[in-house]
Design a protein around this ligand. Structure first.
Ligand code: DC
Length: 219
């Protein structure tokens, strides 16, 4: 097997603050930042654009296995998904339609297989900070650098509302946590940080301290 670079795996439920933390840590380290939620969102946009029904898992599975897909680095260290020759904007990825649909698409095993293979391939290119739902549990279970960022459902719903989104984080979490393939769990060995009562800088400080204890050097 070819070399895999260091991976910081950051998992947690919707709107727990994991993206902000992951972005900041990646910037401090100069490592590549990968938001895997956006990969599932890009696949969902493709499913919706093709007019597939969200309940047609076999058709979604065939699409996921066959559609042209590549990951490209933008703005120095941010990975974006180009799927079916389209690189959807952040606005499209975070549209209400995608918010409502993504948990259904993310349940399809072939979708996960395709995207997990791409995520693992990225760590062969260089060190990464990767955030999602199954990064420490399934994608890189052997990494010693695992964080789980949590927050109460009430706080997370408030954050989504402030961002202008009306989607139900509770429903999305329920689907993400109870699905058969790679459900959201606290990965073995992960350091859990609850962001409900503390600000982003404090969460980042706690995360950096935990990573420093595990040998990551922030110079
Ligand atoms: O992080 P996010 O809220 O943008 O993720 C969108 C959806 O994608 C989330 O509801 C579940 C799914 N997802 C997943 O199943 N596995 C991941 N590693 C990342 C996201």
């Amino acid at each position: 097997m070819s070399e895999t670079h260091p991976v910081i795996a950051i998992d947690g439920p919707a709107a727990s603050g994991k993206s902000s933390v992951a972005r900041k840590i990646a910037a401090r380290l100069g490592w590549t930042y990968v938001n895997t939620g956006n990969m599932y969102r890009a696949m969902t946009h493709c499913v919706l654009s093709r007019g597939l029904s969200l309940s047609d898992s076999p058709a979604i599975g065939i699409l996921a296995a066959e559609v042209p897909l590549s990951l490209e680095v933008q703005d120095g260290n941010k990975v974006v998904t180009v799927i079916d020759h389209d690189c959807p904007s952040d606005e499209v990825l975070n549209s209400e339609e995608v918010n409502r649909s993504v948990s259904y698409v993310a349940q399809v095993p072939e979708v996960r297989e395709r995207l997990v293979a791409e995520q693992r391939a990225l760590a062969k290119r260089g060190p990464v900070v990767m955030e999602g739902r199954d990064i420490g549990s399934v994608v890189f279970p052997a990494t010693p650098l695992k964080l789980y960022i949590d927050a109460s459902e009430e706080v997370r719903a408030r954050r989504r509302a402030v961002q202008g989104h009306a989607d139900s984080v509770g429903l999305r979490d329920k689907i993400d946590s109870t699905r058969k393939t790679a459900p959201l769990v606290i990965p073995d060995g992960a350091v859990v940080i609850d962001s409900s009562e503390i600000g982003l800088n404090e969460v980042v400080d706690a995360a950096c301290e935990a990573l420093t204890q595990r040998g990551v050097s922030f110079t």
